[in-house]
Design a protein around this ligand. Structure first.
Ligand code: SAM
Length: 329
């Protein structure tokens, strides 16, 4: 099994990008138009896993949980049955807005916890899960940790990105679109250059004769044209269309002082850089056939008495990922 390698700087940029994302309160992390599709084939995969759990008390661990989409699904599935305890960990800082301590006693979120070093004793859990999370880890170390904390005869279930999935395909388009917006001659830089001149015009001055103003306007128009061409040629143009509308609103709302609009633009740029990092990671960590087979072999070797199954999770939109399960034989 091939572990992924990254530097401390990569790890801290990854943590920051995901923390910023989860701070917005979002429940899911799927790119573009596939947001919210956990209720389809992925939801069915999880319902299959949860239905096989015993009726009595269950202690579960969710790895790379984000804002807890999966613990929430499990909680809802077990509604009314007492004895559910869930620990949910993630490297990033979490902000699950839906969590109500009064209603969800027994559900604990742990920010800043790496899957490769779990702060739980051996054989603590009946079920270990991860949804689009496990594959982001150094897999060998994360698997060893998941199996260490799983009790003998316990269950492991993972939904993981697939290298040939529709999410990876859309992700590649989004990555290109993010790069286009962030390029030195892209829409964001062109907007930053034109904004001070727009502000001067709003202050009642006429900067149109100034060569720098003229250059800024020409560059902005060129960026807009390039954007229109990219929108026409992209199979996932949502981000570009949204960015164009967003910039239009920003320019329309700019007053005589350009500073607030420039600050808003800088925040937007930061958000796009973070989105690019997250999308790049999705593509980088998606498993191909060989990597999936290696994971299955490692799991079977570590738990020879268990039953390991791997399959494709797909629905009308296409392939969504791998679904892997370890169950008692
Ligand atoms: C695509 S999100 C999935 C979140 C969640 N499971 C869901 O379905 O919405 C991937 C998550 O993996 C986390 N992550 C990446 N590497 C990790 C690691 N080594 N240990 C723990 N969490 C990690 C990220 O912080 C991010 O929240």
């Amino acid at each position: 099994m091939e572990p992924t390698h990254d530097t401390a700087a990569d790890a801290s940029a990854r943590r920051a990008a995901w923390s910023a994302y989860w701070a917005t309160g979002g429940l899911h992390s799927c790119v573009g138009s596939f947001d919210g599709n956990y209720s389809g084939a992925i939801g069915a995969f999880w319902r299959g896993v949860f239905t096989d759990l015993p009726d009595g008390p269950v202690r579960a661990l969710d790895l790379a949980t984000g804002n807890g989409a999966l613990p929430r699904l499990l909680w809802e599935h077990r509604a009314g049955r007492p004895g559910l305890e869930v620990d949910a960990v993630d490297l990033a800082r979490l902000a699950p807005a839906w969590l109500d301590p009064g209603q969800h006693a027994g559900l604990r979120f742990h920010s800043g916890v790496a899957m490769e070093h779990l702060p739980f004793p051996d054989a603590s859990f009946d079920l270990v899960t991860s949804q689009y999370g496990f594959e982001y880890a150094h897999r060998e170390a994360a698997l060893a940790e998941a199996l260490r904390v799983l009790r003998p005869g316990g269950r492991l279930a993972l939904v993981m990105h697939h290298a040939g999935s529709v999410l990876v395909r859309v992700g590649r388009s989004e990555l290109q679109n993010q790069a286009l917006l962030l390029a030195p001659d892209g829409l964001l830089s062109a907007t930053a250059a034109v904004l001070p001149w727009v502000a001067r015009a709003r202050a009642g001055q006429d900067p149109s004769g100034e060569p720098d103003a003229l250059r800024a306007r020409t560059d902005y128009n060129a960026a807009i044209q390039a954007l229109a061409a990219a929108i026409a040629g992209s199979d996932a143009p949502d981000l570009l269309v949204e960015a164009r509308a967003w910039v239009n609103r920003l320019l329309a709302g700019t007053g005589p002082d350009p500073a607030p609009a420039l600050a808003t633009l800088a925040t937007y740029r930061e958000g796009l850089v973070g989105a690019g990092l997250r999308t790049g990671e999705l593509i980088e960590h998606a498993l191909d056939d060989e990597q999936s087979a290696a994971l299955v072999s490692a799991l079977q070797a570590a738990r020879p008495a268990g039953r390991v199954r791997v399959g494709l999770v797909s629905q009308a939109e296409g392939l969504l990922g791998w679904g892997l399960r370890l169950d008692p034989a």
